[in-house]
Design a protein around this ligand. Structure first.
Ligand code: ADP
Ligand code: DP6
Length: 187
């Protein structure tokens, strides 16, 4: 069992990967990064003979397949909302800090809450739309107006909110806030 499970969410190009990758470097082998989208992308790469490394990176490649992956994964979630959360965590190591870098749905939070209870901490990464556009965000119907991107818009149970817009806190400050926040867990 981990000692703390940090759930990160945020809209496309808000900086989830950026912040969690830096956090991982800082915490080293005390932490494990878990991606719910990993089993989705693995399945899709096998099924369609795609480049998994590219699908996992922040480039444009994954955007070409995002809509299809959303639609397929929603069918799976309709049968079992925790399906991908379970596969992603089944493969995780026994490190004390788990960083889940891509929480998107209330049912993701529900599954982690039911499975890890008091260990979970909800961290929201915010970035304003101009910043996200500068980072390559382009609105796409079927992607940005569906559950995948919008389900947590009205969620209010955040334990920590970080503003990762241009000109706000720099990455060192962001990381310090997170570390202060998890410090109680002797990580
Ligand atoms: N605070 C930041 N400073 C500089 N570049 C950033 C920052 N946050 C994100 N980026 C860059 O913006 C792009 C999108 O960030 P990413 O972490 O992939 O977003 P998300 O995972 O939320 O879609 C990446 O190229 C990333 O390096
Ligand atoms: C099909 C997806 O899992 C693809 C998610 O890919 P990423 O987690 O890489 O996305 P961003 O970091 O926000 O750009 C979305 C879903 O609804 O499950």
């Amino acid at each position: 069992m981990p000692q703390v499970v940090l759930l990160f969410s945020g809209k496309r190009k808000s900086g989830k990967d950026f912040i969690t990758t830096h956090l991982q470097k800082l915490l080293g082998d005390r932490c494990e990064v878990i991606k719910i989208s990993q089993p989705i992308k693995s399945h899709w790469a096998k099924e369609k003979n795609l480049d998994l490394t590219e699908l996992l990176s922040d480039g444009d490649y994954k955007e070409q397949y995002r809509l299809d992956m959303i639609n397929w994964s929603e069918e799976m979630r309709a049968k079992d909302y925790g399906y991908f959360c379970k596969i992603a965590t089944d493969n995780a190591s026994e490190r004390p800090v788990w960083i889940v870098s891509d929480i998107r749905r209330k049912t993701d939070i529900r599954w982690f809450n039911e499975t890890y209870g008091d260990l979970i901490r909800n961290i929201r990464i915010y970035a304003d739309e101009d910043t996200r556009k500068n980072r390559g965000f382009v609105f796409k119907t079927g992607v940005d107006d569906v559950t995948s991107e919008c389900d947590l818009d009205d969620y209010t149970g955040w334990d920590l909110v970080l503003d990762n817009s241009n000109g706000k806190q720099d990455i060192e400050d962001q990381l310090r806030s997170i570390i202060r926040f998890v410090a109680n867990y002797r990580c």
